[in-house]
Ligand binder design. Structure first.
Ligand SMILES: NC(=O)C1=CN([C@@H]2O[C@H](COP(=O)(O)OP(=O)(O)OC[C@H]3O[C@@H](n4cnc5c(N)ncnc54)[C@H](OP(=O)(O)O)[C@@H]3O)[C@@H](O)[C@H]2O)C=CC1
Ligand SMILES: O=C(O)[C@@H]1CCC=N1
Length: 257
């Protein structure tokens, strides 16, 4: 996720590669980040913290305590902390880094890499108006940014944080169907992806309810309603709702570990 954000911000012109420093535990991950972004890296979190105005915490929840330990004593007093760590509340980060710190909790998604991300943003109590605007602009530069109360960040995780994986699975499955019907794999994947992109753009640009747009595709006794019937029989709606619910609950569990 860190690479997607860094590269997204660089492509959006928000930061130059030279303004970003990446960190990870292994040489392999640092090389990958350097090659992906053109930015430098360091294994020394304390050194990075000493010189950073904005720090993005992007580790798995179970490694957050160690990561915070490694920067606590070196952070600039006015540093802005952004955590994209699933499930972990701002209060826990304040416990780890100091309760007067400016902390922002964000749930982005990997399409930030291509400027089409979705992020939910919740501000801690010590984030100034100026910093709030900066963070909003930062995440808007790589897609859609939504300021939400912190108690909804796990639900943002459930829909848009995880959502790209749901969409990739749908693209793959639609393409499998087309391959079964004789279309070549590459063309099938492009057609499925472009279909989801086109449908998404229609929802966003026409402002019509997705049900109305769906109805407009279903001709009476036609082909689409035959396909929709199969999806309804398979419980696709309930499956998608359950996926968002399960992921939201899992985020909540991860934050308590
Ligand atoms: N992947 C996604 O789509 C999204 C992820 N997130 C959240 O972002 C966070 C990161 O996820 P993701 O990128 O998938 O996970 P990865 O495991 O791919 O990346 C986490 C990185 O953290 C590094 N790391 C672990 N401990 C430390 C430490 N003490 N100091 C410095 N670096 C450390 C790891 O280094 P090394 O590789 O060397 O072990 C690794 O490169 C998670 O909390 C996740 O919930 C949020 C939104 C979307
Ligand atoms: O799977 C995860 O936990 C992370 C958070 C959102 C997307 N990936």
């Amino acid at each position: 996720m860190a690479t997607a954000l860094a590269l997204g911000w660089i492509r959006a012109g928000f930061f130059k590669p030279s303004q970003i420093v990446g960190s990870s535990r292994t040489e392999r991950s640092r090389k990958k980040f350097e090659q992906g972004t053109g930015s430098k890296t360091s294994h020394d979190n304390a050194k990075i913290a000493r010189t950073s105005d904005l720090l993005v915490l992007s580790v798995k929840p179970k490694f957050l305590a160690d990561a915070m330990d490694s920067i606590r004593e070196s952070l600039k007093p006015e540093a802005l902390i952004v955590s994209v760590v699933a499930g972990v509340p701002i209060s826990k980060i304040a416990e780890g880094l100091g309760d007067k710190r400016a902390i922002v909790r964000v749930m982005p998604n990997t399409p930030c890499l291509v400027g089409q991300g979705v992020s939910g943003i919740a501000f801690g109590p010590h984030v100034s108006d100026g910093f709030q605007q900066l963070i909003y602009q930062l995440f808007s530069s790589v897609g859609m940014a939504n300021v939400v109360p912190e108690n909804l960040i796990d639900a943002v995780n459930g829909i848009s944080g995880c959502g790209p994986a749901y969409a990739f699975l749908m693209i793959e499955a639609l393409a499998d169907g087309a391959v079964k019907m004789g279309i070549a794999r590459d063309m099938a994947i492009s057609m499925a992806a472009q279909t989801l992109l086109g449908a998404s753009k229609m929802v966003l640009e026409t402002q019509q309810h997705p049900a109305a747009l769906k109805d407009a595709v279903c001709s009476p006794a036609g082909t689409t309603i035959a396909g929709i019937h199969e999806l309804e029989k398979a419980g696709v709606r309930a499956a998608l709702m359950n996926a968002v619910q399960a992921a939201t609950h899992r985020a909540h569990e991860l934050g308590k570990q």
